[in-house]
Design a protein around this ligand. Structure first.
Ligand code: DAH
Length: 344
């Protein structure tokens, strides 16, 4: 028995199969249920106790050798066969890739900007990290105005002497930068991101987007403001959209107003979006306060102007009925995909 095992051992050591089928033959021959090893173990049962002591070890090692050889060769064959099929089949159709879409906020911003461009407004931008002067003081905010409070503003540096540094809370700061750097006429639209220290919920976020508008020239009146915004609303929400102005207060405009439009969802008959009133608020506006013009080095006796500011999320909310603000910044592909067709 031992000599047979020695013979089989050299057979196994020299075994080099040319095909997977040959390897399978090898497995059946040695390791199969009716194979050599099975037979040897049967035979082992009837040898003397003395022989068993020596043969037991030899037999087990032989079995291990056969198993390892088989496992090794099998792995080699599998690897090679993978290589064989891993070729490029150029006749197959392409596997395609996902095309991105514009973010809904970018779509709305673009639409708003395009409308104002038709009226001759240029696009201007300013920094998101602002100083107290541009975000508040030049805009006629009184020193103790609550909007300067820590609750609303993300302060980066508190500096009583040289002015605080903060993340801008509105794009009105860009108005100031624009007016400081030139003389009227100004006709600009200023889109950008703004920050407020608010708890994140469906209706509030710590950052959002605004579009600011500014028009300063000789003899600019509230009638110009009304007509400009009326035109804007017809373009963005469709012909026949009604507008109404409600008196309001902003430190940087006098008089100030908030503008409502007839609800874009129900057309004014009353729904959940307009809370049954038929009207939805879309922006703040007013005539630039003479103090602001003077703060920026502009002669308020010669020039007058109007300004307005609106939230882009608000416009998207009305246009696409996106009710939860958080969706805009979650980057959920399922949400963003819905705007994929709008590759404008
Ligand atoms: N800055 C205001 C805000 O963030 C919006 C605003 C209101 C801008 C009236 C204006 C304006 O230019 O005239 O709530």
């Amino acid at each position: 028995m031992q000599s047979r095992i020695i013979q089989y051992t050299s057979e196994i050591n020299e075994f080099k199969p040319a095909s997977a089928a040959e390897l399978e033959e090898f497995r059946i021959k040695f390791l199969g249920t009716k194979g050599i090893i099975k037979d040897l173990f049967e035979e082992f049962k009837s040898v003397s106790a003395e022989e068993k002591r020596v043969l037991g070890k030899v037999l087990n090692e032989f079995k291990k050798l056969a198993e390892e050889k088989h496992a090794l060769l099998k792995a080699e064959f599998e690897e090679n066969s993978e290589e064989d099929t891993d070729y490029e089949d150029l006749s197959l159709p392409g596997s395609g890739f996902e095309v991105g879409g514009r973010h809904p906020l970018s779509l709305v911003r673009k639409e708003v900007v395009e409308i104002f461009k038709k009226l001759g407004f240029i696009v201007a931008e300013g920094p998101e990290i602002e100083d107290d002067w541009h975000n508040f003081t030049a805009l006629n905010f009184a020193k103790e105005h609550p909007a300067r409070d820590m609750q609303d503003t993300f302060f980066i540096k508190k500096d009583a002497e040289n002015g605080d540094i903060a993340l801008r809370t509105h794009t009105s700061s860009v108005q100031v930068r624009m007016m400081e750097n030139g003389q009227p006429p100004f006709r600009a639209i200023m889109p950008g991101r703004v920050y407020r220290n608010e708890a994140i919920s469906a209706r509030a976020h710590c950052f959002f987007h605004q579009v600011e508008g500014l028009y300063v020239d000789e003899n600019v009146s509230f009638a110009d403001l009304k007509q400009t915004l009326f035109y804007f609303v017809q373009e963005l929400f469709g012909e026949g959209t009604k507008v109404r102005f409600r008196p309001s207060y902003f430190p940087f405009t006098e008089p100030s107003a908030e503008m409502d439009i007839s609800c874009s969802l129900c057309g004014g008959s009353g729904c959940t979006m307009c809370k049954g009133s038929g009207w939805v608020e879309i922006l703040g506006c007013g005539m630039v306060d003479p103090n602001v013009l003077e703060n920026c080095g502009i002669d308020s006796n010669k020039y007058s102007g109007f300004a307005f500011g609106m939230g882009i999320e608000r416009m998207a909310n009305l246009k696409y009925e996106i009710k939860d603000l958080r969706l805009f910044s979650e980057n959920d592909i399922r949400f963003l995909k819905q705007f994929q067709s709008e590759l404008v």
